[in-house]
Write a protein that binds this ligand. Structure first.
Ligand code: DAH
Length: 342
C-alpha cells in the first residue's frame, strides 16, 4: 500500500509543471490532512510491533517525498528564472532613454553672445544694482523731475528717492564718476530693468538691457556706427546692414534709433519687418555734454557715444520669437528648443 502511495506521489511530483502545482501536491501529501500525515495518525490503533515497522516505513516515505519535492522545487525555480530572463531579454535595438540636460536660457545665451562680442572689441563688462536712486536713474541722465521723458518710463518707486531702475543708463553716470576726470571708458552693462507696463506680446514689466558707453577724446558718431555695424553682423549674419534714424533721448545729442536689415527677407520686405526691410534694434547717440559734465569730465575735451538695447528684442529677432512673455513663463517646451545652443 505504501508502495502505491509512493508511486502515486512521485508521479504527481514529476508531473507538476509549476511551483503552484507542486505546492498543491505537497499539501496533499504532507499537509494537515495530507495522505502521509493521515498514515501517522491512523497508527495509534496498531500494536507496538506494527507501529514500529509501519512507523519506519512511513518515516522513510516521508523523507523520500520531502527530498524529491525539494529537488523538483529547485528545478522549477531554475526554470522560472530562465523563463523570466528569456521574456525580459534585452533588445539592443531599442532606442535608449533620453536624459534631458538643462540648457541655458535663451536670454542668457543672447546676453553671453553680446558680451563676447564687446569683450572682443576691448570693452569691459560691468553690472549695476537693480535698485537705483531717482538721481541716477533720471537726474544725472539729464531727465529732471518735470521732464516729459519720465512718462515714457513708468516707474516702480519704493519711495520718492528709491526705485527699480527703468533702464541700465544710470550705470553710465556711475561709471563715468568712477573714472572722471580723465580716464577713457569702454564698457557694457547688461542687466535687469523694470517698468510699470502691462505685459503683452511686446511688453514685459521686467526685461533686460545692455548699456554701452565709450568716453574718450575725438569720439564721433562714425565710431558708434562702425561699432554697431560689426555688432549687427556678428548677431544677425555677415551681410547685415544698419541705418541710423534721427531720434530723441535726453541723455544723448544727437540721438539715433538703429535699424538692421531684416534677416528673414534680407531687406526685401516681409511680414516680420512689416514690409520695410528694416528692424529697429536699439537707441543710441553721442553722450549729451550735460551728462558728461554732470559726471566730472570736461565736455570740451571728452566726448563719447552710448547705446542701449533690449536683450529680449535681440533674442526675439534672432530666434523668431513673437511673444516676449515666453521668456518669463518657464515653459519647458519653449525652453527645450534652445538645448542645442550654447
Ligand atoms: N535708456 C534708453 C531706454 O531705455 C535706451 C538708450 C537710448 C540708451 C539711447 C542709451 C542711448 O545709452 O544712448 O529707452
Amino acid at each position: 500500500m505504501l508502495e502505491n502511495l509512493k508511486q502515486e506521489l512521485t508521479d504527481q511530483i514529476n508531473n507538476a509543471n509549476s511551483l503552484d502545482e507542486l505546492q498543491q501536491v505537497k499539501v496533499k501529501a504532507l499537509g494537515k490532512k495530507g495522505s502521509i500525515t493521515l498514515l501517522t495518525k491512523n497508527m495509534k490503533d496498531k500494536s507496538i510491533e506494527e507501529k514500529k515497522i509501519l512507523g519506519q516505513a512511513v518515516h522513510s516515505l516521508k523523507e523520500y517525498i520531502e527530498i524529491i519535492l525539494k529537488q523538483k522545487e529547485l528545478f522549477l525555480i531554475d526554470m522560472k528564472i530562465k523563463d523570466d530572463i528569456k521574456k525580459d531579454k534585452i533588445d539592443i535595438f531599442l532606442p535608449g532613454v533620453e536624459f534631458h540636460q538643462g540648457s541655458l536660457h535663451p536670454l542668457t545665451i543672447t546676453r553671453n553672445e553680446i558680451e563676447e562680442f564687446f569683450i572682443s572689441l576691448g570693452f569691459e563688462v560691468a553690472r549695476g544694482n537693480e535698485i537705483e536712486s531717482d538721481e541716477y536713474n533720471f537726474e544725472k541722465m539729464n531727465i529732471p523731475k518735470d521732464h516729459p521723458a519720465r512718462d515714457m518710463q513708468d516707474t516702480f518707486y519704493f519711495s520718492e528717492e528709491e526705485l527699480l531702475r527703468t533702464h541700465t543708463s544710470p550705470m553710465q553716470a556711475r561709471i563715468m564718476e568712477r573714472n572722471a576726470p580723465d580716464k577713457p571708458i569702454r564698457v557694457i552693462v547688461p542687466g535687469k530693468t523694470f517698468r510699470r507696463d502691462e505685459d503683452d506680446l511686446t511688453h514685459s514689466h521686467q526685461f533686460m538691457q545692455v548699456e554701452g558707453l565709450v568716453i574718450d577724446k575725438n569720439i564721433s558718431l562714425a565710431d558708434l556706427k562702425g561699432t554697431l555695424e560689426l555688432f549687427a553682423r556678428k548677431m544677425f549674419g555677415p551681410n547685415t546692414q544698419i541705418r541710423f534714424r534721427p531720434s530723441y533721448f535726453p541723455f544723448t545729442e544727437p540721438s539715433v534709433e538703429v535699424d538692421v536689415t531684416c534677416h528673414i527677407c534680407k531687406g526685401k520686405g516681409c511680414s516680420v519687418c512689416k514690409h520695410t526691410g528694416w528692424i529697429e534694434i536699439l537707441g543710441a547717440g553721442q553722450v549729451h555734454p550735460n551728462v558728461i559734465k554732470n559726471c566730472g569730465y570736461d565736455p570740451e575735451v571728452y566726448q563719447g557715444f552710448a547705446f542701449g538695447m533690449g536683450i529680449e528684442r535681440i533674442a526675439m529677432i534672432k530666434y523668431g520669437v513673437d511673444d516676449v512673455r515666453l521668456f518669463y513663463q518657464n515653459n519647458l517646451n519653449f525652453l527645450k528648443q534652445f538645448d542645442k545652443l550654447k
